[in-house]
Design a protein around this ligand. Structure first.
Ligand code: 3PG
Length: 205
């Protein structure tokens, strides 16, 4: 069965740019640059002050894109991101109460895991997709491969230390639904508004 997040995440390329926007003004030019290269699913992290406004702006003005909220760590942030219109929720960790709240609000949620115990919490709450975070430190492709026999119904969305050089190794695994990271929108290029350079990076993926 393909669940809601899996349907959302596989629109366009199976790579989700994780975006920490320095200013609201960056939101539309960045989204348009990434979208023109086939990236239709964007995760806006709550790590910067303009994140909620950016989610709202993108949801309202780019309906062809799927806009999710990242780095959601508590129930209050979850409510704020839903008010802003976020279409999926990504968290760095596994919080049962937050997962249940997302389920009650009927929004796709992907909790962060780096141990089998956390995967069990997510699976026992009915989820079938988890974010491996930070993927590189948690064991990368070896960890995901090792989980396949024990959690055959679980798909992984690795982020954290995933790069242009190793993203295809993740995507080659049958239990990886998509992968993500900030390498598609590096802070320095965002701050300079260097959309041409971001376009080049995005084209290579
Ligand atoms: C995330 O929020 O998923 C990660 O912080 C992205 O990690 P990266 O910056 O190593 O890509």
């Amino acid at each position: 069965m393909t669940t809601r997040f899996q349907e959302l995440a596989t629109q366009g390329k199976p790579i989700v740019p994780v975006i920490a926007l320095p200013t609201l003004e960056c939101a539309l030019p960045l989204a348009d640059t990434l979208s023109s290269c086939g990236f239709k699913v964007l995760e806006i992290t709550l790590r910067t002050d303009c994140a909620l406004d950016a989610i709202k702006l993108l949801v309202e003005s780019r309906p062809e894109l799927v806009i999710g909220a990242g780095t959601v760590k508590n129930r209050q942030q979850l409510e704020q991101t839903l008010d802003a219109g976020a279409q999926f929720i990504v968290s760095p960790g596994t919080d049962a109460a937050m997962i249940q709240q997302a389920q009650e609000r009927n929004v796709a949620v992907v909790p962060g895991v780096m141990t089998p115990s956390e995967i069990m919490v997510a699976e026992n709450l009915g989820l079938d997709t988890v974010k491996l975070f930070p993927a590189a430190l948690a064991g990368g492709t070896d960890f995901i491969r090792a989980m396949a026999a024990v959690f055959p119904a679980i798909k992984f969305f690795p982020t954290g230390g995933v790069t242009e050089d190793d993203v295809n190794a993740y995507l080659a695994l049958p239990n990886v639904i998509c992968a993500g990271g900030t390498w598609l929108s590096p802070a320095g290029l965002l701050e300079r508004g260097d959309w041409n350079r971001i376009h080049e990076i995005a084209q290579r993926c």
